[in-house]
Write a protein that binds this ligand. Structure first.
Ligand code: CP
Ligand code: NVA
Length: 307
């Protein structure tokens, strides 16, 4: 593994291997603390957009394992504006031992990786959110084990988070369903990739409009904001389209009785997810957020070649 840019770049075995390592590092962290696996290593963190979870969990992942992290804010380095991405990537390759980047345009994280001589991690782009997808899979396996054939349903906008959830589901042999309104379909190229993965793993992929149909038999209901970062000018329009896709107690009651409700956060409470569901018995949103830390330790450990 040279970079971590998309879950679809990994084999099913590599995905499971990362999850197993994440569980091991998590157990170790809570028992006696992690050993200094990342000693002498610094992760440069480039952010073109705001973040709570990604920023803090990567920083803490590095510190827990004896390393350090350096936050580079949008205004500081002006990715592609003050300086070309190719130049930034080559300069930083001589200062830090790995890069994590949150970008608007997916091409920009690919460009960073192209020019970098150190590992690059995708911390969210307009296309996908693979670190989130790994933490999501970890959370699902902690609840349901490694069984194939689980029904994972995403309700809402066919966005970056949906792409990574679809890909990790296909890799692990889970069935993936998305219920989304017309005009907000999941990226067709990402769907094609998922269909190819599903042919190998036996996952079923379903694309439906009706949120009620989507959640029937679901073991996981997942939702995310109706307006992602960078789409703010569409907020008013989206607020009119998406209310039928709200994850509320009624919708949750139509799924499997042991369904878990997931959200990558930040949540817009009582828009895509009601308070009673977010704070109710089916919700795993906080353990899910905490699993970012453990999943990312595993990703970094593999990239550094230390575990
Ligand atoms: N889920 C997630 O990536 O959160 P942040 O935007 O706060 O990093
Ligand atoms: N889809 C959301 C995820 C935030 C973590 C966004 O891109 O803004």
């Amino acid at each position: 593994m040279n970079h971590f840019l998309a879950i679809s770049d990994l084999s099913s075995g590599e995905v499971q291997d990362l999850l197993d390592l994440a569980i091991k590092l998590k157990e170790e962290y809570f028992k006696k603390g992690n050993p200094p696996l990342f000693k002498g290593k610094v992760l440069g963190m480039i952010f073109q957009k705001p973040s709570l979870r990604t920023r803090v969990s990567f920083d803490m992942a590095m510190r827990h394992c004896g390393g350090d992290a350096l936050y580079l804010s949008p205004n500081e380095i002006g990715l592609g504006k003050r300086e070309s991405i190719a130049d930034i990537s080559r300069v930083l390759s001589g200062y830090v031992q790995a890069l994590m980047a949150r970008v608007f345009d997916h091409e920009h994280v690919l460009e960073l990786a192209k020019w970098s001589s150190i590992p690059v991690v995708n911390g969210l782009s307009d296309y996908n959110h693979p670190c989130q997808g790994m933490a999501d899979a970890l959370t699902i396996q902690e609840k349901f084990g490694k069984a194939k054939g689980l029904n994972v349903t995403f309700v809402g906008d066919g966005n970056n988070v949906a792409v990574s959830l679809m890909h990790v589901s296909a890799k692990l042999g889970w069935n993936f369903t998305i219920g989304n309104p017309e005009g907000y379909d999941i990226n067709p190229k990402a769907v094609e990739i998922a269909q190819n993965i599903a042919k190998e793993t036996g996952s079923k992929l379903n694309f439906v409009r009706d949120p009620h149909e989507a959640v029937k038999g679901a073991h996981v209901i997942y939702t995310d904001t109706w307006t992602s970062m960078g789409q703010e000018e569409e907020t008013a329009k989206r607020e009119k389209v998406f209310p039928p896709y709200q994850v509320n107690a009624g919708l949750v009651s139509e799924a499997d009785k042991d369904v878990i409700v997931m959200h990558c956060l930040p949540a817009h409470r009582n828009h895509e997810l009601t308070d009673d569901v977010a704070d109710g018995p089916h919700s795993v949103i906080f353990p899910q957020a905490h699993n970012r830390l453990h999943a990312q330790k595993a990703i970094l450990a593999r990239l550094f070649g230390v575990a």
